[in-house]
Structures are given as structure tokens and as C-alpha cells.
Design a protein around this ligand. Sequence first.
Ligand SMILES: [Zn+2]
Length: 273
Amino acid sequence: MELPELTILGRQIKNEIVGKQISEVEVANPKCLNMSFEQFQKTVIGKAVKSVESRGKWLFIKLDSDHVIVFNPGMGADVIHFEPGDKLPEKYQIKLTLHDKTGFTIRVWWFCYLHLMPKNKLGEHKLTAKLGITPLDKKFTLEFFKQLLSKRRGNIKNFLVDQKNIAGIGNVYIQDILFNAKLHPKRKISSFAKTDIEALYKSIKSALKESIQLGGLAYEKDFYGNKGGYGKQQFKIAYKPGSPCPTCQTTIQKIKTGSTSSFICPNCQRLNT
Ligand SMILES: [Zn+2]
């Protein structure tokens, strides 16, 4: 789950739960909490939801007690809404029920964070305090992006997936973002021309916006269990090793970039220009 999925999920959760009181919580994997389950339960039960916001890969659910539930789905999670009488998913680790008996379950693929912070201490929450700007933020202008990249060492892929620089891009969207900007993932930021930065800025915004319009990734579910429309057909080179590049027909390669894999067209995305 990356920015588009979390943006969509955040909007849908907001529409369903704001103004409602939390009446019951279940957490089968207390390791995802930053306190004991008993303490978590005691703090959230009876509190109403004031707002829901997403930032990068994180959701912030503000309560009227001035506490904030801070959620991150890790590799991914099915966060699914339910109405009274609905059949619940077979497997889930977290369930949150509201006073009107609606609520949602969370089935985590790998791990997740379900933290609770006092609002005035959110700045001390290590995992989110240093989160960078999201590319959908009004402040994320071309000028801002240029500033962000100036004097940076290192390669562009590492920079973009580091959530401290920009929040919300992971190993899925990065692939076509770099392809569309004709940049090799290992290109040094210091080697960028002005036109590279402009192309990259445009590419980041358009890939994320397109996915949000299509409902997010095709293999992820939204709050109502619907899969998104952004899949193989939208991917240009991502997860298509051995296929021809849509621009020049060169065979798409899968390469190692640090601990992650990247997909590139070796002709369109040259390391040395
Ligand atoms: Zn190509």
C-alpha cells in the first residue's frame, strides 16, 4: 500500500466513522501496539472520532480525547468496513466497533503499527515525526522539489522511497515514475539536469493521481472490499521483465537496487548520460 491506496482508504474511513464513538476494540496481535492492550482499550473506548487524515503510508485517526490513533499497514492490509449483520472476513487481527454497530476489521499481510499518541506528543512519535511532505500536498511545488533535491548525494530511487524525504512512494509506483521520467534508479541526483527534475516532478504527480482516479492498485482492497483499477494494464515497465518497453521495444530488465528490485528499460533509462 502506497500513497494512492492510503489516500482512498483515508477518505472512505473518514466518511464512515467521523462523529461516531468507539465502543469496542479487539487486537489479536498486541505487538502492533505501542502500549498494553488494556491501556489502549481504556484510552479509546467511549471516545468519538474527530477526524481521519492520511499522510504517505500512514493514517491518523484523531479522537475527541486529544489522542490520535496512528496506523500503518506495513506491506499491506485489508481494512474492511462492516455494517450491523454483515458477515465479517474469515481472518482479521484487529476489529474496531462504533456505537452504531458499524466498524471495520483489519487483516494484516505481514505486520502493522497501531499506535496511540497524545495529540501534543505526536512530534515524539519516532515513526511519523520525520515524515516528509506528500506529493499531493499543495506545498509540493516544482520549486520545493528542486530545493529538496539540491545538494543531495546518492541515487534517486533511494531518495524517493525514503519516507523522510517524500512520504508515500514505495517499490511499486517508483518503477513507472522513474521510467516516465527516463531516469535510471541508480542515477546520482547530482547528475540531474533541470529537465530531469521537471520530468520527475511531473511523473510523480501524474502516476499517483492516475492511480487515485482508478481506485488504487488492482490487487489491494478499499474500505468496501472493492479492488482498485490500477493494474498490469497501467504499469508500463513495473513487474514486466522480459516484455518489450512500450516506448522503444527494448526488453525490460529486472535489476537489483540495494535490497530491492527495480524494473528498467536499459535503453530509455541510461545510467550514464
Ligand atoms: Zn525503452
